[in-house]
Write a protein that binds this ligand. Structure first.
Ligand SMILES: *Cc1c(COP(=O)(O)O)cnc(C)c1O
Length: 410
C-alpha cells in the first residue's frame, strides 16, 4: 500500500483506523506453504487470536488456511466465518473441562495441555481423539515475555512427565491422535526450533495412532528495515527432511501442522492515527496522537517496536519526536524517534499492526475501538465499523440507587 492509499483510507474511514493489506497476507501464506511444498499433507492453521476479524478469517480460509483457536468463542467465530470444524484446532490453556466438552460437541479437534484435565477427559470420553501439548522446555523466543516453552512456563505438559502421561492414556484407553508444541514467539534461531522438534519427535514415538504433528508457531517477523526474521525457507528445507525421515521410522505419513499468527498478518497491518498536538518541552518534542494503548498496547505491554511513518509528509526533513497517546496514563509509542517533520493534523502510520493490535484493543478512557479496513484489489473495504456511544452503553444497566429518604427531601 502506498502513502496515498493510506491517506485515502484515513480520509474515507476517519482516524484512528486499522488497515490490512490482503495481498501481503496471501503472500505470507503462500510463502510458508511453498517452504514446505515437499510435505504431502501440510496444514496451516491461522492463530485466530492475532487478528480475529471474521472477514480476515474468511479470507484466510479462502486461501486454504485452517484455524487455531484458544477459546470456545474463537471456535464459534471460525465456524461463523464458514470454516469447517475439521479445519479447526482448539489449543486452550487453563480452561474448564466443560468448555473443552462444548468444543468437542462442535466437532473440533481438541488439544489438552495438562494432566489433570487429560485424565478427567479421558475417563469420561475415551472415544474422542485428543492431541496433547507438550512443553519441550526449549526457549525458542528471544523475549521472555512472549516465550512459553521454558521450564517455569504454564503452557504444555512437561516432557519429564511423559511416564505419568502414558499411564493416564493407558488407564483411560483414550486415543492420542496428535502431538503439539508451541514454544512462543520470535524464533530467531532455526537450530533452536529444530532442537525442540527433536523433542517432539521423541515424544511422538510413544503413541501408536498419531495422525498429525503440530509444531506451533512463533516465527519472527521483521519490525524495522533490515531486521532479522525467521528464515522460513531454510526451516522448510531442514524440517521437511527431518519430518520425512521421522514418518518413515514411524511407519506412516503424518500431517504437519503450523499455527502462525504474527507471520501471516503482522506486516500486513498498518494503524493510522492523526496528530492532535505538537508539544515542545525542555527535553523533547512530543507528537500527541488521537489514540493510545487502548488501541495499540504492544509498545507498552511488550516493549515492541513499531515503525512510525509520517504519511502526510514523507519527504519532510527528519526530526526527533516522542510519539505519545491521548490516554490519561503514560502511553509512549516511541521515544526519540526520527520521523519526517510532523505538523498537527498529519497522519502517522504504525507498522506491524496486523497481529495483536486490534485484537488487544479496549475501551479504556471510554474511547471507541477503531474501525478495521481490508485493502483488497486497490480499494479499502470496511470490515468493522467504528464503535459508537451505544456500544459503550450496551450491557450496562442504568439503575438508580439514590436512597428513598434523600429523594423525598429533594
Ligand atoms: C498465540 C499462539 C500461536 C501464534 O503465535 P504467533 O507468535 O502469533 O505466530 C500459535 N499457537 C498457539 C497455541 C498460540 O497460543
Amino acid at each position: 500500500m502506498t502513502n496515498q492509499d493510506l491517506l485515502a483510507v484515513a480520509k474515507e474511514f476517519g482516524s484512528p483506523v486499522y488497515v490490512y493489506d490482503a495481498e501481503k497476507i496471501a503472500f505470507q501464506f503462500n510463502r510458508l506453504k511453498n517452504a514446505f511444498s515437499e510435505i504431502k499433507d501440510l496444514r496451516i492453521h491461522y492463530a485466530v487470536k492475532a487478528l480475529s476479524n471474521i472477514s480476515i478469517l474468511k479470507y484466510l480460509n479462502s486461501l486454504g488456511s485452517g484455524m487455531d483457536t484458544v477459546s470456545v468463542q474463537e471456535v464459534k467465530l471460525a465456524l461463523k466465518a464458514g470454516v469447517a470444524p475439521k479445519d479447526i484446532i482448539y489449543t486452550p490453556n487453563g480452561v474448564s473441562l466443560e468448555e473443552i466438552e462444548q468444543v468437542v460437541r462442535l466437532g473440533v479437534q481438541i488439544n489438552i495441555d495438562n494432566l489433570s484435565i487429560l485424565e478427567q477427559f479421558g475417563a469420561k470420553h475415551p472415544e474422542v481423539p485428543v492431541c496433547i501439548r507438550i512443553n519441550p522446555h526449549i526457549l525458542a523466543g528471544g523475549n521472555s515475555k512472549i516465550s512459553v516453552g521454558h521450564v517455569d512456563s504454564k503452557f504444555g505438559i512437561s516432557i519429564h512427565q511423559m511416564p505419568l502421561l502414558l499411564r493416564i492414556v493407558e488407564n483411560t484407553g483414550m486415543n492420542i491422535n496428535g502431538i503439539h508444541m508451541h514454544t512462543g514467539s520470535d524464533i530467531l534461531d532455526i537450530e533452536v526450533f529444530l532442537r525442540a522438534s527433536e523433542i517432539l519427535f521423541d515424544s511422538a514415538k510413544n503413541f501408536k495412532n498419531l495422525e498429525f504433528l503440530d509444531f506451533g508457531s512463533g516465527f519472527k517477523v521483521p519490525y524495522r528495515e533490515n531486521d532479522i526474521e525467521t528464515d522460513i525457507e531454510e526451516l522448510g528445507e531442514k524440517l521437511t527432511e527431518r519430518f520425512k525421515n521421522f514418518c518413515k521410522e514411524y511407519g506412516r505419513e503424518l500431517t504437519l501442522v503450523f499455527e502462525p499468527g504474527k507471520f501471516l498478518v503482522s506486516e500486513a497491518g498498518k494503524f493510522l492515527a492523526k496528530v492532535n498536538v505538537i508539544k515542545q518541552t525542555t527535553s523533547t518534542v512530543f507528537a500527541g496522537v488521537d489514540t493510545g494503548f487502548n488501541h495499540l498496547i504492544r509498545p507498552m505491554f511488550y516493549g515492541s517496536h513499531h515503525d512510525i511513518k509520517n504519511v502526510s509528509n514523507p519527504e519532510g526533513k527528519f526530526r526527533f519526536y516522542s510519539v505519545v497517546g491521548y490516554i490519561c496514563e503514560t502511553d509512549t509509542f516511541a521515544n526519540n524517534r526520527r520521523i519526517a517533520e510532523i505538523t498537527e493534523g498529519d497522519i502517522l502510520a504504525f507498522s506491524n499492526a496486523g497481529a495483536y493490535s486490534f485484537s488487544m484493543a479496549s475501551n479504556f478512557n471510554s474511547r471507541y475501538r477503531p474501525p478495521e479496513v481490508l485493502w483488497y484489489k486497490g480499494k479499502g473495504h470496511l470490515i468493522r465499523e467504528r464503535e459508537t456511544f451505544e456500544d459503550l452503553l450496551r450491557h450496562q444497566k442504568v439503575m438508580d440507587f439514590t436512597p428513598k429518604t434523600a429523594k423525598a427531601s429533594k
